[in-house]
Structures are given as structure tokens and as C-alpha cells.
Design a protein around this ligand. Structure first.
Ligand SMILES: *Cc1c(COP(=O)(O)O)cnc(C)c1O
Length: 332
């Protein structure tokens, strides 16, 4: 008899079973977001487009799925002591909201100059905010130090099996509703949403081509896919602040490398065009990062119309957190 391996995978990569378990765990707390369609969009694209509207998810982005799943899995002792996260954006709000629902104390490390609306939302969910100067201090170091000093569990924004499994539930829901798709477009920052989506797609729609979409200025994912290793870039300048991550995770990268069909990039102008389209045709507010997948789908179809003619295509809107003044300035 051989000894059982300590762990089937030394990196502890999640599987679709973890995504299914996450779906059960988050069911009571998360919204099952709608799948939107538009005949005008279909006519323009020459395909059938199904839009999973995670801008309508609780806390305003899909990040609630991963945060709630991760916090649900903590031991009672870890829940009682609390969690910590560093983020100026959607991950902060997602962790703060999930923590308040589960009665877990939350500390969020944010830059002093984070948008007032984001700070207010995070504080409104009951989290304690610790600020730092983004030009002179390292937020990860601060979060790590506080986590050690106070015994807080650090909740990473993407590179964690429970986060990846939680994010995968959006595409699980989409495919349950639409049935098999020919192609799926998913935004790519650190890769939590894309890697989770790949797990779901492979199980429910194995023939579906899955594309990651990055901001052109921050194409570290594309570079990493081509190089076969994680490539780090300087922090990119792009409207897509939620996907401005300079490198993929050690867990998200192998899943993406092994399963993604390809990675495409889009410009900031294409994101703003998509925001305008969602506002006029579907009557919804999206943030620039939230439009990556739709813009990537449009670019992909324009580059190869024959390949996508008449296809059934899924697209995820990842978030809708944007100050109204900024939204108006961008689309005006
Ligand atoms: C976090 C985020 C992304 C990027 O997700 P990853 O899991 O890091 O790839 C994209 N869009 C929005 C709105 C986000 O909040």
C-alpha cells in the first residue's frame, strides 16, 4: 500500500467541485445577477450575446462572491479575531460587506487619497480603515504587520483557492442559465475571476473558447501566457484601475496558462465606448474596468467576424462602482 499524498496538488489549486461548493455557500448572501440581452447589440455584433451583470452584484462587483466564500470557510476562532485586506477598490468593499454579514471584524488598509465614496462605503459596512501614504509606504507590508500583531487573517484579492472558487460561481450561474456557449470573454487583472471562470466553463461547456481581456497598457497576462511564466510589469496607467495588477498569481497563472484560449487587450477608448453602449442600450451603469470583457468581445469579433458569426457569446460585466461625476465626464 502506498501512502496517501499529503496534498493532491502542492499549490492547492481549486477545482470545479470547489466552485460548486462555493455556489452553495454564497447562495443565501449573494445575488443571482441577471443575464442581459439586447437585439441591437446582437445585430451590431452579428452574434447572440449574453451579458452577466455583476455590476448589479452586492457591493457592486463580483468580488463579493470570493470574499464571502473565503470568510465563510474560516474557523470560528479566526472569525472571532477578524480579517484584514488591502485594497482601494472593490475588494475592500466586498470584504467589508461579507464580514459584516458574517459578523467578522474587518480591517481594510487603504491609501489616504482613496476616493471618499469608496472609503465611506467601506466604513459604512462597518470595517475599520487604516490609511497609508501610497507614495512612501507599502500597503502589503502594513497589512502583513497588522495581521501578525493582531492575529488577523489576510484575505488576498485573487491568489487564494477560496477566492478563485467564489469568483467561478458567476460563470457557473451564467452557463446554467444559457446552456453551452461558443465563446466567453472575461476581464483579467490578477486572474481570480478568469481562473474561476475557466474551471466552470471546462465542466459545463468544455467546447467553449474562453478569452481573457486586459487593458492594453497592462498586458502582463498576455506577456505571461506567451512567455510561459509570470511576467511582472510596472504598475500600468489605464482607466481600468480594477485590472491594473502588475502580475498574475501563483495559483491563477497555471489555471489560465493551461486552459485559456487566448488573451486579448483593449484600449481605454474602447472601454469608454462600451460604458456608453451599456448606458444607452441596457440602461446600466458600469465602471471602466467592468467593460473590459465586452470591449474585448467587440474587438475579437471585429478581428475575425467569420469565426463568431451567429455564435452564442457570454460576457461578464465585472463591476459598476464609479463616482457619478466621473461617469458623466467619461461618457459625456
Ligand atoms: C478585481 C476586478 C477585476 C479583476 O479581477 P481579477 O480577479 O483580479 O482578475 C475586474 N473588474 C473589476 C470590476 C474588479 O473589481
Amino acid at each position: 500500500m502506498t501512502a496517501a499524498p499529503i496534498s493532491a496538488d502542492p499549490l492547492d489549486l481549486p477545482t470545479v467541485d470547489d466552485v460548486r461548493a462555493a455556489a452553495t455557500r454564497i447562495r443565501e448572501a449573494a445575488h443571482r445577477t441577471p443575464v442581459l440581452t439586447s437585439r441591437l447589440v446582437d445585430a451590431e455584433v452579428g452574434a447572440q450575446v449574453f451579458v452577466k451583470a455583476e455590476n448589479l452584484q452586492r457591493s457592486g462587483s463580483f468580488k463579493f462572491r470570493g470574499a464571502f466564500n473565503t470568510l465563510s470557510r474560516l474557523s470560528d476562532a479566526h472569525r472571532a479575531t477578524g480579517v484584514i485586506a488591502f485594497s482601494s477598490g472593490n475588494h475592500a468593499q466586498a470584504v467589508a460587506l461579507a464580514a459584516s454579514i458574517l459578523h467578522v471584524p474587518a480591517t481594510i488598509v487603504m491609501p489616504t487619497d482613496a476616493p471618499a465614496s469608496k472609503m465611506a462605503a467601506t466604513r459604512g459596512y462597518g470595517a475599520e480603515i487604516v490609511t497609508y501614504d501610497r507614495y512612501t509606504e507599502d500597503r502589503e507590508a502594513i497589512a502583513t504587520r497588522l495581521s501578525h500583531e493582531r492575529g488577523l487573517t489576510l484575505v488576498p484579492p485573487y491568489d487564494h483557492p477560496d477566492v478563485i472558487a467564489g469568483q467561478g460561481t458567476a460563470v457557473l450561474e451564467l452557463l446554467e442559465e444559457t446552456g453551452p456557449l461558443d465563446a466567453l470573454f472575461v476581464c483579467l487583472g490578477g486572474g481570480g475571476l478568469l481562473s474561476g471562470s475557466l474551471l466552470s466553463a471546462q465542466a459545463l461547456a468544455p467546447d467553449c473558447a474562453v478569452y481573457g481581456v486586459e487593458p492594453r497598457a497592462g498586458d502582463d497576462g498576455l506577456q505571461s501566457l506567451r512567455a510561459g511564466r509570470i511576467v511582472r510589469i510596472d504598475p500600468p496607467r489605464t482607466l481600468a484601475d480594477g485590472a491594473a495588477t502588475p502580475y498574475l498569481g501563483t495559483r491563477t497563472f497555471p489555471i489560465i496558462r493551461d486552459r485559456v484560449t487566448d488573451i486579448v487587450t483593449v484600449s481605454d477608448d474602447e472601454l469608454v465606448d462600451a460604458m456608453r453602449m451599456f448606458a444607452t442600450r441596457m440602461k446600466i451603469i458600469t465602471e471602466p474596468t467592468g467593460c473590459l470583457a465586452f470591449a474585448g468581445m467587440r474587438a475579437g469579433v471585429a478581428a475575425d467576424p467569420d469565426r463568431f458569426a451567429g455564435a452564442r457569446i457570454g460576457v461578464i460585466i465585472s463591476g459598476g462602482n464609479v463616482d457619478l461625476d466621473r461617469f458623466a465626464a467619461l461618457i459625456g
